[in-house]
Design a protein. Structure first.
Length: 527
């Protein structure tokens, strides 16, 4: 099934680059929205309208692909062969497409109550616009369902580049709209552009599927052996994959009562940027290791399974710990650089940067739960992620109630960060009890080294940011204010972790020395 000869480091690196390009284009897309529409009625309505179908998809079909399809497909390949596995995939696509269409119809019919549920604080005009936009965008559920089925099949065949590229293409479609048709068709045209982007995401994967030998055979057998396993896994796992979209929905609901609804824009934009920054690394890694974990489970290779989890968590923490501190320190200049200007005024920059600062506290928890959830899903165990998800949602609701009135958007961000951290802790406990986790003396010592190096880095970043901030007006200097401290922080952290002897720093140093030596040899030969 898989192309075993692929270098996992190269695969992850390329996926990371493609993901980064997609995320940068996503930032440009969001910036174009703030420049054209500010943080007023149209932006608030559009962000909620685009969120509602996404929550519905994440709640149902993301769990089917991420938690159910890949492990069951891997099991089919290992035990029944490629032909049976491909027949199962056709059955899976047909069922998910049918359910996606059904959900789309229901969403369009009940759009009004859904908008009231998601954003009860909107005035009548904003709510009416949100209802109209949501109806236009709800078919994204159907296109997304099909697109993610294709992603699951390609990733099961160890094809990660095309799935990583789809967000690049979708964002390009929306960006192109801003520069062409936006003046004429406005916010409704933008909704249609998002819809077209998701259709393209599904369509562009078809050639790769054909090259992998996939031939679609429609089958709506919901009681087939494979679909029974999928549904059995989906039900308990759904809540665990609901965590991010449901917690965002909870935060949005509370945010709709803040600053005449502008709290929705602050929460959504900060969340988007947060996920872009953490997602470039974490999601690139988890998307690559998940099929591997599923295969190791199917082949009963427990020791390799545990080693893969331990290595992945260690490497993730090496990057995520400094990301957390860096983003907290640089939140305001980053938000100002990306979103500030046009209709996005100083107040909007202030509350969005506050949200990003405190949401960043949850980065470590987000990274851990992203990796550990894949471990449970690969073993077709949805019970523990279910409990972790419920605990996370409960914590978020309680803290939103307690903190929103006193801290505003900062309270919502703190609630979100705490919820993600609780999710990770609940996932960790059973693994550690069974001695299948990653916590040992070496990890604890290395983590302490990462924290110390991060504190030194954060101090350098803060001093440089304060020295540069506000010296000159304009976007160019804003870029300098964000980029120079970030670059200096990277150098300081890498140097400190190299001195501390961390494996990731030694590996990176070895790669750099090897490439420099190769470049020197090439120059000598040419000379």
């Amino acid at each position: 099934m898989a192309e075993k000869n692929k270098n996992p480091v190269k695969t992850i690196s390329l996926v990371m680059v493609l993901t980064l390009v997609g995320k940068i284009l996503g930032l440009l897309r969001d910036r174009l929205m703030t420049v054209h529409y500010g943080s007023g009625m149209e932006t608030n309505a559009f962000l909620t309208a685009s969120q509602i179908p996404r929550v519905f998809f994440d709640a149902v079909f993301a769990s089917a692909v991420a938690a159910s399809f890949i492990p069951v497909f891997s099991e089919y390949v290992a035990k029944k062969g490629r032909r049976e596995a491909l027949d199962f995939s056709g059955n899976f696509i047909t069922v998910i497409s049918f359910l996606s269409l059904l959900l789309t119809v229901l969403g369009i019919v009940f759009t009004g109550p859904l908008v009231s549920l998601f954003a009860p604080g909107y005035d009548a005009q904003t709510a009416a616009l949100c209802v109209s936009l949501t109806r236009v965008m709800f078919p994204t559920v159907l296109f997304t369902g099909i697109a993610y089925c294709f992603v699951g099949i390609l990733q099961s065949f160890d094809e990660f580049n095309i799935p990583a590229l789809i967000s690049v293409i979708a964002n390009l479609v929306v960006i192109l709209y801003y520069y062409t048709f936006n003046p004429k068709y406005g916010i409704y045209g933008l909704a249609c552009a998002f819809l077209i982007g998701w259709f393209v995401q599904a369509a562009m994967q078809v050639p790769s599927l054909i090259r992998k030998g996939f031939h679609y055979k429609p089958s709506l057998r919901m009681n087939s052996e494979g679909m029974k396993k999928v549904f059995a896994l989906m039900i308990p796992v759904m809540v665990s994959t609901w965590v991010q979209p449901i917690n965002l929905t909870i935060n949005t609901r509370f945010g709709s009562h803040l600053y005449n609804g502008t709290g929705v824009t602050a929460i959504n934009l900060s969340n988007n940027l947060y996920l872009i920054i953490i997602g470039v690394f974490i999601l690139s890694v988890t998307n690559v290791i998940f099929p591997r974990l599923s295969r190791l489970t199917a082949e009963n290779k427990a020791a390799q399974f545990r080693d893969t989890i331990s290595t992945t968590v260690h490497a993730s923490m090496y990057f995520v710990v400094p990301m957390t501190a860096g983003l907290m320190v640089l939140a305001r200049p980053i938000i100002s650089l990306i979103y500030g200007g046009g209709q996005f005024d100083a107040f909007s920059v202030s509350i969005t940067s506050q949200a990003l600062t405190f949401a960043s506290l949850g980065m470590i928890g987000y990274a851990l739960q992203a990796v550990l959830c894949r471990a449970y899903f690969a073993r077709q165990n949805g019970r523990v992620p279910l409990v972790a998800g419920l605990a996370s949602i409960a914590v978020n609701i309680v803290l939103c109630i307690l903190l929103t009135d006193t801290l505003g958007v900062k309270g919502l961000a703190i609630a979100s960060a705490a919820a993600g951290t609780v999710n990770a802790i609940v996932l960790m406990i059973p693994l550690e009890v069974r001695k299948e986790g990653f916590l040992d003396r070496k990890f604890s010592l290395d983590f302490l080294k990462m924290v110390v190096a991060t504190l030194v880095m954060a101090a350098v970043v803060w001093v440089l940011m304060r020295a540069l901030d506000g010296l000159h007006p304009g976007k160019l200097w804003e870029a300098v204010t964000a980029a120079v401290p970030a670059a200096a922080g990277f150098i300081v952290y890498f140097a400190a972790t190299s001195l501390a002897g961390l494996d990731e720093a030694r590996t990176a140093a070895g790669i750099i020395k090897k490439r420099l030596r190769r470049s020197s040899d090439d120059s000598t030969r040419k000379g």
